[in-house]
Design a protein around this ligand. Structure first.
Ligand code: MN
Length: 136
């Protein structure tokens, strides 16, 4: 058994990759032969990732609040605590908080052979963010 106390400071999500205020706590970092990485991510109301892809896919598990996510070409979906979302490898998507709610999720993904776990694209525009939702 190995316990790691939370000595790593929470970091702010960089504005190149996130719109609004996002806070990231690392859970697991790639080590040795494992490219597995995980983080707890808190989004303030209205905050979201930019469009991006993961070379080996990603699972997010919502732990708090109300969130939104969308894959390119799909509808904006509402996600709530207990919901689990898998984004396919290479599938362009974004995830974040609802406009008037906080949202927290655990994000889990793997690095590729080059050590990359994500490729970032353009920000999610306000029009995209506020588009009609598939469910509420
Ligand atoms: Mn993602």
């Amino acid at each position: 058994m190995q316990i790691t106390r939370p000595t790593i400071a929470t970091s702010r999500g960089p504005s190149d990759w996130f719109t609004g205020e996002v806070h990231i706590d690392p859970i697991a970092d790639p080590a040795g032969e494992s490219g597995f990485a995980a983080a707890l991510v808190h989004f303030t109301p209205g905050a979201r990732t930019a469009w991006h892809t993961h070379p080996r896919g990603q699972t997010i598990f919502v732990t708090e609040g109300v969130g939104l996510c969308q894959r390119e070409g799909g509808a904006v979906e509402v996600i709530r605590p207990g919901d689990r979302v898998f984004f396919e490898p290479g599938e362009s998507h974004w995830h974040g908080a609802a406009p008037e709610r906080f949202m927290a999720h655990v994000a889990m993904h793997q690095t590729d052979a080059s050590g990359s776990a994500v490729t970032w694209g353009r920000p999610v525009s306000d029009d995209e963010y506020h588009a009609a939702r598939a469910s509420d």
